[in-house]
Write a protein that binds this ligand. Structure first.
Ligand code: GDP
Ligand code: MG
Length: 453
C-alpha cells in the first residue's frame, strides 16, 4: 500500500459534549499548518518544543475568527504515534467548537483522515506490525479485564514477535533447501535434513497451539453469546432486564410480545457477555412471531451459553419446553417466578431459582453463569495472546503448507516443490504481521477503525 504525503486531520475523541476534545493532525505540513492557526504567548509556533503543551488561541484562517483556546502538543516524527510529524490540539469538548477547530485545520491545508488512517500510517512507517495495529482496535473495543489484558499483550508485540521468530527460522530452512537445489552435488548432510524437519515440525506445532486460542480470541473480542430462551411468558425479557440492570426489553403478560432478538452487553466476572433475549418458542400462526421464532433458533445455533427459563409456579406440562439441539453450548436451567410458589414437579429440576419481579436469585444466577463460562476456560487468564479470525485464516493455510512440506522432506524429496510449500507457509505467516503484499487486507482492517485513531 502506497503512503501519500498528505497531512491528515480528524477529531480523535467521540462525538458529543465533554470537558476536552482532541483534534489530531499528522503529516509533513503539521507544524507549518499549526503556525497558521495557532498563536501562543509562550512561544512562536514555528519552534514549539517537542512533547510540551502550549496554551494559546486557535484562529480560523479563512475568517480570522478566534474559535477556541486550546492546549497544543507537537510530536515530531519519527518519535510520534504515526511516525510522521503529529500535532494534538486539546480544545473544549463541544460538538460545534470541535468542528470549528477541525475546520480551521482543514482550511489551513489538511485533509480529513479516513477511518484508522493514523494507525495505518504508524503501520506503514514501521512503528508497529499489523497485529499491533489490530490490537489498538481490540484495546479500544475491549469490554472486560481479560480482553484488555489480551489486547495489551498483542499491542506490545507478543504475537508479532512470535511470528517473526518463526519466519526467520523457516527462512533458514528454506535457505538450506535452496542451496541444495542449486548445488545438488554437495548433498544435504542427513543430520541437517533431520534438523530441518524438526524445525518445521516445531513451527507447525506452535501454529497449531496458536490456532487453539482462536475460540478464546473470539469470546474475548465478541463476548460470550448467551441466549435466553423458553416458552412464551415465562419471564425471559424480565430476566434480560434484571441481569442488565436496564429496562431494555418490553415485559408484558401478553404471550408473544418479544418478536425479535434483543441484545444487551453485560459483564459477569471477567467476561463480557452478549445477552440475547428471544421470542418465546411455540407454534404460531402469526407471520412476524414465526419469523421471531426462526431468529430464536438461529441465535441458539450460535450460542456459547443457553439460559433456558421456565415458569416454576406452573407444572412443566403447562409449558412447552424448547427442544434445543445445540450440543456445543453450555446450558443453565432457570426456574423463574418462585415468588408465586413452586409446582412440586420442579422439585429436583433446575440449576437456580429466581424471581425477576421480587429480584431474588439474580446474583446467584450471575455467579453460576460465571462458573459455567469459566469452566474449561482456565487458560483464559494464563496465556493472554489469543488470535483473531484473520490470524486464524492465515495460520490454517500456513499449517497446511507446512504439513505438505514436512512430508516432502521426510520422504527426502529435497526439491523445488518442497521449497514452494515452505515459501507458501512463509507468505501466510508474513500476512499475519503485514509483511506480505496485502493491500485489500489492510483496507479491510483499517476500515473497521474509528476516525481519528
Ligand atoms: N410473579 C412473577 N411474574 C413475573 C416474573 N418474571 C416475569 N413475570 C411476569 O410474567 C409476564 C411475562 O414476562 P416477560 O418477561 O415478558 O416474559 P417473556 O415472554 O418470557 O419475555 C409479565 O407479566 C411479567 O411481569 C416473576 O419472577 N414473578
Ligand atoms: Mg419476551
Amino acid at each position: 500500500m502506497e503512503q501519500d504525503d498528505d497531512t491528515i486531520a480528524a477529531v480523535a475523541t467521540p462525538f458529543g459534549e465533554g470537558a476536552v476534545a482532541v483534534v489530531r493532525v499528522s503529516g509533513s505540513a503539521a507544524s507549518s499548518l499549526l503556525a497558521e492557526i495557532f498563536s501562543s504567548a509562550a512561544s512562536t509556533t514555528r519552534d514549539l518544543e517537542p512533547r510540551r503543551q502550549y496554551l494559546g488561541k486557535v484562529v480560523d484562517p479563512s475568517s480570522g475568527d478566534v474559535v477556541d483556546e486550546a492546549l497544543v502538543t507537537f510530536f515530531p516524527g519519527p518519535a510520534s504515534y504515526t511516525g510522521d510529524d503529529l500535532v494534538e490540539i486539546a480544545c473544549h469538548g463541544g460538538v460545534h467548537v470541535t468542528r470549528r477547530v477541525l475546520e480551521a485545520v482543514l482550511a489551513a491545508g489538511a485533509r480529513p483522515a479516513g477511518p484508522g488512517e493514523f494507525t495505518q500510517r504508524a503501520f506503514l512507517n514501521g512503528k508497529m506490525d499489523l497485529t499491533q495495529a489490530e490490537a489498538v482496535m481490540d484495546l479500544i473495543r475491549s469490554r472486560s479485564d481479560l480482553a484488555l489484558v489480551s489486547a495489551q499483550a498483542q499491542l506490545s508485540g507478543g504475537l508479532g514477535r512470535g511470528m517473526e521468530a518463526m519466519r526467520q527460522d523457516l527462512l533458514g530452512v528454506l535457505a538450506h533447501l535452496e542451496a541444495y537445489i542449486d548445488f545438488p552435488e554437495e548433498g544435504i548432510d542427513p543430520q541437517t535434513g533431520v534438523s530441518m524437519v524438526a524445525r518445521m515440525a516445531a513451527a507447525r506445532d506452535e501454529i497449531a497451539r496458536l490456532l487453539g486460542t482462536a475460540e478464546r480470541g473470539r469470546i474475548l473480542r465478541d463476548g460470550v453469546a448467551t441466549v435466553i430462551c423458553g416458552a412464551p411468558n415465562v419471564g425471559k425479557s424480565s430476566l434480560l432486564n434484571a441481569l442488565s440492570g436496564r429496562d431494555r426489553a418490553i415485559v408484558s403478560e401478553l404471550a408473544g410480545t418479544t418478536r425479535d432478538t434483543i441484545e444487551e452487553a453485560i459483564h459477569v466476572g471477567g467476561f463480557a457477555l452478549r445477552l440475547i433475549d428471544t421470542a418465546g418458542m411455540r407454534e404460531s400462526e402469526d407471520v412476524i412471531e414465526r419469523e421471531g421464532i426462526s431468529r430464536t433458533r438461529r441465535a441458539l445455533g450460535e450460542a456459547d451459553l443457553i439460559i433456558e427459563v421456565v415458569d416454576a409456579s406452573r407444572a412443566p406440562d403447562d409449558q412447552e419446553r424448547v427442544a434445543i439441539d445445540v450440543p456445543a453450548a453450555a446450558r443453565i436451567l432457570v426456574l423463574n417466578k418462585v415468588d408465586l410458589g413452586e409446582d412440586p414437579a420442579w422439585a429436583r429440576a433446575g440449576d437456580v431459582r429466581i424471581s425477576c419481579t421480587a429480584e431474588t436469585g439474580i446474583h446467584k444466577l450471575a455467579g453460576l453463569v460465571e462458573k459455567v463460562i469459566g469452566a474449561g476456560r482456565a487458560d483464559f487468564g494464563r496465556d493472554p495472546i489469543a488470535i483473531n479470525t484473520r490470524h486464524q485464516d492465515c495460520l490454517r493455510r500456513a499449517c497446511e503448507a507446512l504439513e505438505v512440506a514436512i512430508k516432502g522432506l521426510e520422504e527426502e524429496a529435497f526439491t523445488e516443490l518442497v521449497a514452494i510449500d515452505i515459501r507458501a507457509a512463509l507468505d501466510t505467516i508474513g500476512e499475519v504481521v503485514g509483511k506480505a503484499d496485502t493491500e485489500d487486507v489492510l483496507g479491510e482492517i483499517f476500515a473497521n477503525f474509528c476516525i481519528g485513531k
